[in-house]
Design a protein around this ligand. Sequence first.
Ligand code: NAD
Ligand code: GLY
Length: 345
Amino acid sequence: MKKLTLSGTTTRSEIYIGRGLLAEVSARCLEVFSPSRVHIVTDSTVAPLYLEQVQAQFDLPTSVTIIPAGEEHKRLSTVEQIYHDLLAAGMTRKDLIIALGGGVTGDITGFAAATFLRGVSLCQIPTTLLAQVDSSVGGKTGVDLPEGKNLVGAFYQPRLVLIDPDVLNTLPESILIDGMAEVIKYGYIADASILELIANYRTHLEEIIYACVKIKCDVVSQDEHDTGLRMILNFGHTIGHAAEKLGGYTDLTHGQAVAVGMVAAMQLSNAMGAPSDLLPALMEHLKQVGLPMELTYDREQIFHTLLSDKKKFGGTVNFILVRTPGTAEIVPIDMQTLHQFILKL
Ligand code: NAD
Ligand code: GLY
């Protein structure tokens, strides 16, 4: 069992990573919280797999919300349903909410926990690779609006995150691969030793998760509210988000979009002085896990979609570049330069 701590400006998260941790949920929770009741939120795919095992451990009254699986349910009406269930269960501010599931469940539940009665304690139990290496750690919570993804939300740190790599055994291959895009991202932006594990990633999952979460903790501890350093976690996401949006969030998964976005960001890094062997190295890593590399959308459309992205500010976009594996730079790029670059991709 390994432990990491995220120390934000006013918050602290304890993160445990270890195989078999799902059997210790109640014990770990009661070390950190003193609730009278526990409410578990999970989704319709994860519930039949893991809900009973978690719920049965508590000697306290427990209640459950099972949300329908899928990004299309990451919306305010789902949060409202959770509020009704929390009230019906008699949950108070002293009680505990557990998010058991992937990033969708984690983001929705985190937002419900942040806002119900102005904040109830939260434990995240992530069950996808993406949620284990990224979304369960760092306190970004929220839901989508018809106008776009993650437009409503709050920073709200879970005081406890329990990561059990064994739950990934039931994850469909394509969803595991999707999470590998974020893993490769961490390798390029912060710790090149992760890249040595990519070719045989299935046998190194626990080590990989620890290395990624360590980076996330270090970064978020320094910039909890995403005003500077935390932006490095967006390597590949600027063009990736534009491609994801252009594909109507169905043509490309998030991981696939980040993969093609990282290739574009590496091309930009090359144009700004990165050694020329970095791009083929990144492409080889993406190939090893089965992620795409080619941006298939019209370049003008990519640029115009990117312009409406929430990360644009003023006349420049903060782009994340990698000129040395394991080191990211935040480089403001003016719109005209970016437009010319995207047209040449
Ligand atoms: P997801 O939660 O939809 O999970 C993918 C699918 O896997 C779902 O159908 C789910 O039911 C199923 N599943 C989950 N765990 C399983 C398991 N162990 N076995 C079998 N099936 C399982 O998607 P995701 O990829 O985990 O997360 C994507 C979401 O995360 C997006 O909404 C994205 O915006 C968000 N996100 C948030 C942050 C953050 O910092 N908060 C960071 C990155 C992504
Ligand atoms: N997933 C990016 C972040 O947490 O900032």
